[in-house]
Design a protein around this ligand. Structure first.
Ligand code: GLY
Length: 299
């Protein structure tokens, strides 16, 4: 909706929860999931009058889908493709998938909900048709396609496409790659992906995002970060600045900590052990990255 009256009217024809999405780019924060009609109507008003700047000049009112999130990266040279290990992104700010949507508060890979049967269905109904459709439209895509999927009772659904790697999914997928990334990326551009070896480890990875308290709404910056020089894992610093030789927080999602272990349980444990070694004022992170997925593995 770009027209407030039409949007307000349309909302009355929908069932809760209401999903409002800024049509433009809003750094992963432009989606609101709201339980009450009145609140949804007020939010629509705020969004159309610039809550997310020009990104919300147009708002998409979406159907709410309940399910398990899966993030997939598919590398393609337009003809051949390679599916990278499946990841699960934890988009809500709070434990138990509560609170506002964020750019991602943590990830695991592989994603135990993505079974062989789901993989086959995604390949047949989503990945290949997407690549084929772009070829047919004369827009052959070469590079990394990102599929944001939701596994619903009615099968896997596409929530979003991006033509890039995702964050923080990349922080768990690429550590599992055993082949040379640059060679693979070159192969996607020159049509030789089929002849290029792309090997992944059988291990599991978990990434926990350390954010600034208040993210994704408002948060303070400029806190000194303490990260040990020697750390047995990967620390990806994102929202930071360097001042007088000191690393200071300078963003909402400050850093991601990834551990790779033989299995998911150990990866989750190791990534939280790494988080314990890092500190800065106002640090905030979810305590349940990978937790429910581990329960699934046990079943
Ligand atoms: N983690 C979501 C994205 O990269 O779009």
């Amino acid at each position: 909706a770009a027209n407030l009256e039409e949007g307000l009217q349309y909302l009355t024809t929908q069932k809760a929860p209401y999903v409002l999405k800024a049509d433009g780019l809003a750094a992963g924060k432009g989606v609101l999931i709201i339980d009450s009609l009145e609140e949804a109507q007020n939010e629509l008003k705020d969004m159309l009058s610039g809550k997310f700047g020009s990104a919300s000049a147009k708002v998409v009112i979406e159907t709410f889908l309940k399910g398990i999130e899966v993030s997939m990266f598919v590398l393609t040279d337009g003809e051949h493709y390679v599916v990278l290990p499946e990841a699960k992104d934890y988009k809500r700010i709070g434990d138990g998938d509560t609170g506002l949507n964020t750019g991602g508060m943590g990830t695991i890979a592989p994603n135990p909900y993505y079974t062989k049967a789901v993989a086959e269905e995604c390949m047949e109904k989503i990945f290949l048709p997407t690549i084929d459709a772009m070829n047919k439209e004369g827009r052959t895509f070469k590079g990394c396609l990102y599929f944001g999927l939701m596994l619903t009772p009615n099968g896997p659904k596409v929530i979003e496409y991006n033509c890039r790697f995702g964050d923080p999914e990349t922080q768990v997928v690429l550590p599992l790659l055993e082949s040379d990334l640059l060679t693979i990326m070159k192969a996607t551009t020159n049509g030789t992906l089929a002849e290029t070896e792309v090997k992944f480890s059988e291990k599991s990875a978990c990434c926990v995002i350390m954010a600034s308290k208040g993210y994704p709404v408002s948060y303070d910056k400029g806190f000194e970060m303490n990260i040990p020089e020697e750390i047995d894992g990967n620390v990806y610093v994102a929202g930071a600045s360097l001042k007088d030789g000191k690393l200071l927080t300078n963003g909402g999602r400050v850093l991601g900590v990834t551990a790779v272990e033989d299995n998911l349980k150990d990866a989750v444990k190791a990534s939280y052990a790494l988080v314990d070694k890092i500190s800065f004022d106002n640090a905030f992170y979810r305590n349940d990255i990978g937790a429910k997925a581990l329960a699934v593995l046990k079943d």
